[in-house]
Ligand binder design. Sequence first.
Ligand SMILES: Cc1ncc(COP(=O)(O)O)c(C=O)c1O
Length: 355
Amino acid sequence: MSRFWSPLVHRLTPYVPGEQPKIHNIIKLNTNESPYGPSPKALEAMRAASDDSLRLYPDPESLALREAIARREGLTPAHVFAGNGSDEVLAHAFQAFFNHGDPVLFPDITYSFYPVYCGLYGLPFETVALDAGMNLPLSGFDRPNSGIVIANPNAPTGIALSRADIEKLVMAHPDRVVLIDEAYVDFGAETAVPLVKKYPNLLVVQTFSKSRALAGLRVGFALGDPALIEGLSRVKDSFNSYPLDRLAQAGALAAYEDEDWLRQSVNKVIATRTTLATSLTELGFEVLRSSANFVYAWHPDRDAATLAAALRERAIIVRHLKGPRTSPWLRVTIGTDAQCTALTEALREILRLNA
Ligand SMILES: Cc1ncc(COP(=O)(O)O)c(C=O)c1O
């Protein structure tokens, strides 16, 4: 509290990021980072970019990166926006598209930054309740709205909608932007990007933080009709013209072009996810079918917060989200095979001790 704050700052409820522990040797399965390092080509590109040219501002348009993304997707650079992590891209999108008087709609259990953006920009919002199986009933969006936001796959559940379902939603709301947050799409969901050319109201947001293992670099991007990209650029250039520094542009470009590395890394995560889901099920957890780099699980006989605390004592951190519907659940990032084995061994011991 401070008398110097603007009234809005008093009213904000900021997002609380997952813990980034200062201690080493911890098994960190709480913020959906990749357990593998980024593409060696990305690291090399960033080393090469670390020279005297850092005295100059970076390209404010991130054109080389946007061209590479556009080329791969059969789009033009005018369809691509790049920002400082997808969080920034999302924030700009909320400000650019969702202020039309009606509420913004998103699921009741989803990425908890969405309501925070609404608070920051003074946007009313309503939520659509996931059903008992944590699936999203599309009929819930049949009401007046200023825009729709869906994480696909959803976080923290990991459950994905099909592209056909997304298309139905986009078609049903032609006068509103439907934003699909595809932070985890590479781990097994159908991307909506092929629909971008067809629908001027679809915005797809992706990130380098998860499948490309570059959470520390802060690069995200959006794909949409050039008019939507222009809207985002107008907000960006009213906020920070240089969201991506020189190293980020060089590293992201090289990472984007290293498709072999991406495929190998994603395949390893998917294989470990299958093994982990089986092990957790054997320990009595119910595990949702995940298309992401994490699993969402709960144990019918155990308190999730207690389990998370017991894991923490054993130097393993997972994410427990408070809230009426999420408190029975644990969200566990897929680590290496060794990390996931350590997790299941620790859980086996905890469950036996408390039996
Ligand atoms: C659904 C979802 N969207 C967006 C983000 C933000 O990713 P970043 O800002 O690192 O690109 C996250 C991060 O965990 C996420 O879970």
